[in-house]
Write a new protein. Structure first.
Length: 93
């Protein structure tokens, strides 16, 4: 519907933009006046929410659980931490 109706598309787009600011402020306390940072952080969370929602709508039995998502985020964070530690060790030698 949003693709065919410009008014619906604009309303949905505005709602997504508002959600980006909400996620950034609600989850990280980022001031909406810091538009660049708020939009970047909020966009990541909006993408996660939208992606999980689509998975749940299409295949609810195999959509990730909150525990699955937490485990995945932890694994990603571990990769960043390991990468940062390795980079720091390489610059010290």
């Amino acid at each position: 519907m949003a693709q065919r109706d410009p008014e619906v598309r604009a309303a949905v787009a505005d709602g997504i933009e508002d959600a980006r600011a909400f996620w950034a402020q609600a989850l990280y306390g980022i001031d909406p006046a810091d538009q660049e940072r708020a939009r970047a952080v909020g966009s990541l969370h909006q993408a996660l929410v939208s992606g999980v929602l689509v998975q749940w709508l299409v295949d609810p039995d195999r959509a990730p659980s909150p525990a699955d998502l937490a485990q995945a985020m932890s694994a990603i964070a571990d990769q960043f931490t390991a990468g940062a530690s390795g980079a720091a060790a390489r610059t010290k030698t």
